[in-house]
Design a protein around this ligand. Structure first.
Ligand SMILES: Nc1ncnc2c1ncn2[C@@H]1O[C@H](COP(=O)(O)OP(=O)(O)O)[C@@H](O)[C@H]1O
Ligand SMILES: [Mg+2]
Length: 384
């Protein structure tokens, strides 16, 4: 585990002790060090899994630092200070510390916490699930329809699939699955400091297929609380729960969307064979390439409509190969969407359902061959 110790001065005896314990228990390379002044830069560069903030002898400044790094880090955050000051302990926990350790009893306290975290990460085999993003290049391309159907197909093959609706304000994955989530991405973001695997599990709405959904906020007032840090943390936790996590993306330029792109192994860019759709798709592909984001696969949805552009022109316009064509089948898709049951479950023999299952397998195939899927964890297994 990569670790970081943040303290006003590196020579404090408490700081030296923390470093020694981290090196002995979890970070043989030796922990990184940051002062209160340069913590942000070190944190963003190193992205440590464990951050320890030494509060003495400047507890107020230490609390400010805790608040700042809780927003920036999805790792474990520990505060170390005096056990006699109960107000300080409370403030540290409220600002997002996962644990507060008594500086006078570091040895047993720190070792106990670290071994618990290690046990937990071993339970997941240390392997994180993979993220697959789905982005429409224009409204009405079928990204949400594909997201729920791909998730249902993946859940059938892997036993479970995480699904995140990253379209705050216009998310419709819940109705497409006939679910009424009690919590949404807004709750995950509001609790970012405390959002661990167990908390995320409670926020997921379960579908009988094995799909578990973190829905988009339904109240327009909640949209503003969706933050990049919250999305990043929700995704990381979802990857600890599921071998595959699908994300229905809204766009490719807001920061809370880009964090999902960065975690994604593959992103499907969904378009139709019409001029405006292909033009948008090309702009998106060029933009993402400039951002250093690759692994984008073009998928043509609603293929076979009268008057659409020929396939060959599509690849020319996109400057990229098309990975897959999903046929146009308004009858099947409308019936399934209006019932709130993915077409791959309701009409598995339809051509459109079979095409989506094939796409899901194509995307998961390499992974299945090369790696063992991470163990499906208790919560996911419970619904099987
Ligand atoms: N393969 C398909 N065949 C026919 N209709 C489709 C297909 N995929 C999606 N649709 C329809 O297209 C419309 C837009 O789909 P939706 O999934 O909401 O798109 P998006 O999320 O990209 O805005 C819906 O009316 C849906 O029923
Ligand atoms: Mg949609």
């Amino acid at each position: 585990m990569r670790s970081l110790v943040v303290s006003p001065t590196a020579q404090e005896p408490v700081c030296l002790k923390v470093r020694e314990l981290l090196r002995a228990n979890v970070d043989p390379q030796g922990p990184l060090a940051a002062s209160f002044a340069n913590v942000e830069r070190v944190l963003l560069q190193a992205q440590p899994q464990v951050v320890v903030v030494v509060l003495s002898p400047q507890p107020d400044r230490g609390i400010e630092i805790l608040r700042q790094l809780r927003r920036l880090s999805s790792g474990h955050v520990l505060a170390v200070g005096q056990a006699t000051d109960s107000r300080l302990i409370l403030r540290a926990l409220q600002e997002g510390a996962d644990h507060y350790l008594d500086e006078a009893d570091l040895e047993s306290g720190l070792e106990a916490v670290l071994s618990r975290w290690q046990d937990r990460s071993e339970t997941t085999n240390g392997a994180l699930g993979q993220v697959m993003g789905v982005l429409a290049c224009a409204g009405g391309s079928g990204a949400s329809t594909l997201s729920v159907n791909l998730a249902a197909a993946v859940a059938r093959d892997f036993g479970a699939c995480g699904l995140i609706d990253l379209k705050p304000g216009r998310g419709d994955l819940a109705p497409l699955l006939d679910l009424k989530p009690g919590f949404t991405l807004a709750d995950a973001c509001l609790n970012v400091g405390r959002l661990d695997r167990a908390m995320l599990e409670k926020m997921l709405a379960r579908h009988a297929s094995g799909v578990q959904l973190l829905g988009a906020p339904q109240m327009f007032a909640d949209i503003r609380v969706v933050s990049p840090q919250g999305v990043d943390q929700a995704l990381t936790m979802a990857r600890r729960l599921f071998p595959q996590v699908l994300v229905d993306l809204e766009d490719c330029f807001h920061e809370e969307q880009l964090v999902a792109f960065r975690q994604a192994k593959d992103v499907l860019l969904v378009c139709r064979l019409d001029f405006t759709s292909l033009r948008n798709a090309r702009r998106i592909l060029d933009y993402l390439r400039d951002q250093g984001i690759s692994r984008i696969h073009c998928v043509i949805n609603r293929y076979g409509q009268p008057g659409e552009l020929p396939k060959e022109e599509a690849e020319d316009a996109l400057g990229a190969k098309v990975l897959h064509y999903v046929p146009d089948d308004p009858k099947t898709i409308n019936l399934a969407n209006n019932l709130g049951v993915p077409a791959v479950l309701k009409y598995p023999n339809s051509k459109v359902a079979q095409s989506i299952v094939q796409l899901a397998r194509q995307l998961c195939e390499r992974r299945k061959e090369k790696e063992q899927p991470p163990r499906i964890l208790a919560a996911a297994a419970a619904i099987l």
